[in-house]
Ligand binder design. Structure first.
Ligand code: ZN
Length: 287
């Protein structure tokens, strides 16, 4: 049986419908309250999740503000140009190997957090986020899903001014400002996803449809990405992969994010994250 893991006030919680259950409480203390600790006990979470109909909910989701379901991964990767139509709109060739950059874990925020813009050239990128379960090195593609704890909805917010301040562009800095990694609303355990390719990612800005594609149109699929990354570095529980964004980002249309904009990113079967943009005064910005 699968589960939906959330972060309520820094504590791991299991979500069923409109209710949440504090993991430490419903596990009788056998699983700690830290969401990162809970992730390392996925099998126990499965067992606890199967007992929830006998337990009292801790509270209602409506009454709390969720944090990022995976708040402190050791590593957080992004994949550039991983959808054919997005590479085309960006006027670049489709990469021959995965184009990898990093988002510092410090950019992660919850599913309803504000995004702090520091230039007028910030962009949205709705993405499927993969959460590593059991870690490993040199993971074979056919074994990769066994190393996935679950998936979440994410936004790889990107400051194009910073990204293209260098030539060739440096992806990392433009994508790792504080608040540039909203994820959530929950992590859905991998066994709940019957067909990852069928997952549909949509992004709207102020209600206007901007992105709409399915995971099946990735250039490099999830197993390929896990195999590729794990050749280089040992993946550990909680590591995140932002797996790339479909076509429809703002830059090619000249539609950049502005103060007050509301971004809604949805993956059917996982949920939605809703993030408001707030323009803050740029401080010490490099030219
Ligand atoms: Zn991206």
């Amino acid at each position: 049986m699968g589960f939906r893991l959330a972060n309520v006030g820094g504590r791991a919680a299991l979500v069923v419908g409109d209710d949440y259950y504090d993991v430490e409480s419903v596990s009788g203390g056998s699983i700690g309250g830290d969401p990162m600790h809970a992730l390392r006990h996925a099998a126990d979470l499965m067992t606890v999740a199967s007992t929830l109909d006998e337990q009292e909910p801790t509270g209602l989701l409506d009454d709390v503000t969720l944090g990022p379901p995976v708040p402190a991964p050791q590593k957080c990767f992004g994949i550039g140009l991983n959808y054919l139509d997005h590479a085309t709109e960006a006027s670049v060739d489709v990469p021959k190997n995965p184009l990898v950059f990093t988002k510092f874990p410090s950019c992660l925020v919850g599913p309803t957090a504000d995004v702090e813009l520091r230039s007028g050239l910030c962009d949205y990128e709705g993405e499927l986020v993969v959460v590593i379960g059991e870690g490993g090195r040199d993971i074979a593609p056919e074994m990769a899903w066994a190393h996935v704890a679950g998936v979440a909805v994410g936004q790889d917010i990107s400051d194009r001014e910073m990204q293209f301040a260098a030539s060739p562009p440096h992806f990392d800095l433009g994508k790792t400002y504080d608040t540039y990694g909203p994820i959530g609303p929950v992590m859905v355990s991998a066994d709940e996803i019957a067909d990852v390719g069928a997952l549909r990612i949509t992004t709207t800005v102020n209600g206007e449809a901007r992105q709409n594609d399915t995971v099946a149109n990735m250039v490099f699929d999830v197993p390929t990405l896990i195999a590729y990354l794990s050749q280089v570095t040992t993946l550990v529980t909680g590591d995140l992969i932002f797996t790339g964004t479909p076509a429809g980002v703002g830059a090619p249309q000249g539609k950049f994010l502005a103060d007050g904009d509301i971004i809604v990113t949805t993956i059917d079967g996982i949920g939605s994250i809703t993030n408001r943009c707030v323009m803050v005064e740029p401080k010490g910005r490099p030219a």
